[in-house]
Design a protein around this ligand. Structure first.
Ligand code: HEC
Length: 177
């Protein structure tokens, strides 16, 4: 019977080590996700557009066609570079080019921040950029294209992140369900 004791304690030590390992792994993953989580509300120091532009309202209706055109520009077509590179595919401001960028690209998924920013302000920053930040001017975009981008940006705040994760973000969700 005596030989059973060291065996048992040896085994429990093994489980103990395993538990410590998994616990550390969980803590590491959690801290990483906190570090990488997008700020919300996100501090915003962007200069305001002149009043006549600031107060402009998007003239285009949020039809599926317009929103999808905005999505195509956001993800791929906008020149000099697609918005998703900085603002992220999900719009959380964590695109591949956002690392180490200060200030951070706007987090469009954060309703608390973006809902307070009027259409005209978004229009102004997209067309002329935000001086001394990474936000470039999109001088080649037509007004209509910018308004379509804004329709899409507004939609990003309404999407559920899990819908992206599950890969079910489809035209159904983009539609006005
Ligand atoms: C190279 C990185 C980069 C790219 C590409 C980029 N942005 Fe930005 N964007 C930023 C940064 C950084 C900010 C934050 C600027 C600030 O705080 O003033 C920003 C801010 C914004 C804002 C916030 C305006 C406000 O007043 O709060 C809007 C809207 C915006 N970007 C739209 C776009 C759109 C649309 C595109 C693509 C057509 C795009 N951005 C492409 C980096 C980028």
């Amino acid at each position: 019977m005596i030989w059973e004791i060291p065996k048992r304690s040896g085994q429990s030590q093994f489980f103990h080590k395993k538990a410590v390992f998994f616990l550390s792994l969980l803590i590491a993953l959690y801290s990483y996700s906190l570090l990488w989580a997008a700020d919300c509300p996100q501090p915003r120091f962007t200069e305001n557009a002149p009043p006549e532009i600031y107060n402009m309202v998007n003239p285009l209706p949020p039809t599926m066609e317009n929103i999808l055109a905005g999505k195509a520009l956001y993800e791929d077509k906008a020149k000099p570079m697609a918005c998703k590179l900085c603002h992220g595919m999900k719009g959380d401001g964590r695109g591949g080019m956002s690392m180490g960028v200060h200030p951070q690209p706007r987090n469009f998924t954060c309703e608390k921040t973006i809902n307070d920013v009027p259409d005209g302000q978004l229009f102004w920053v997209i067309s002329i950029g935000s001086p001394d930040t990474g936000m470039p001017a999109y001088e080649e975009l037509k007004d209509e294209e910018i308004w379509k981008l804004i329709l899409y940006i507004r939609k990003l705040a309404q999407f559920k992140i899990t819908e992206f994760q599950q890969g079910i973000l489809s035209n159904d969700i983009l539609g006005m369900r």
